[in-house]
Ligand binder design. Sequence first.
Ligand SMILES: C[S@@+](CC[C@H](N)C(=O)[O-])C[C@H]1O[C@@H](n2cnc3c(N)ncnc32)[C@H](O)[C@@H]1O
Length: 305
Amino acid sequence: MKKRAKLEAKQAKRAERKECEKKERAALAAARKEEAAKRVAAMTTEEALAFRAECRKKREDRQAENKERKARLAAAVQSGQRIIIDLDFADFMTDQELRSLAQQLSFSYAANARAAVPAHLHLTSVAGRMGEVLHRQLSGMKNWLVTRAEEPYLDQFAGRSDELVYLTADSPNELEALDPGKAYIIGGIVDRNRHKDLCAGKARKQGIATARLPVSQHFKLTSSAVLTVNQVVEALLNFADLGDWRAALERTIPALPASNNGGAAEASGANAPAAANGVRAVAEPPEDEPAPKKSRIDAATVAVD
Ligand SMILES: C[S@@+](CC[C@H](N)C(=O)[O-])C[C@H]1O[C@@H](n2cnc3c(N)ncnc32)[C@H](O)[C@@H]1O
């Protein structure tokens, strides 16, 4: 009963926050409209006509850009590099971590939509508690141009598991390049690496190949580097664009090389790179959650439009 009341209070708070945000957006739009009207009122007829034409052109450009982006994403769903996000880890995450994961998925989708070479994103095991949180938090997800399934990836790839490569920092194999014939799996989990070897162990049990991104080859770290889900997606997208891991990783996590005179980045503590560069992981749980023992690369993630 207590639990139910707590849940209802939480839902009411969320609804209130959403309503507040909606009002703020409406107020901002009204203020912009008023500002534009004031500007137009102070213009000559010719100036006002030119101003309106400019606004129309901007709007049309934006619409054309959106259309093109959608077309590129639709093409990627047909023939792009396959990237699977395995969302079968709800039991290993707190509610806060699930929400962080939802945010990371939204960053990943936005990065793919902006990418020079978009990938074919698959979201698998979107079911149970995970499905509930994602559908609740990512209201736009139903319109995403991705392949989404309630089933685990092994169902989709039945008899074709040789096409799968599970990406994990715990793999002994370094990923040299992307093979268009393979589908790369990313563990959809936010755990501050509490569950070390979780994804590598799962892949071993399923007889799936594994690979790690060549992070330590390009950045001097005291231990292996565990990236967030969206950072891994972005690193793969950047590699597909640039064909070079160092450049791809630098673009993904720009804060690291910047503070090291363009050289290799040092990480000595749990959050050393983040602290040294004054950046933090926006999609990670708050600081009161236990910090990981191993080094991490935590960097501010790009903003989403
Ligand atoms: C936050 S990590 C999860 C760490 C988790 N303890 C595990 O067992 O992998 C999220 C996912 O990003 C991918 N990942 C993170 N760092 C990586 C790296 N250096 N190389 C390859 N994949 C990585 C993996 O797929 C991983 O499951």
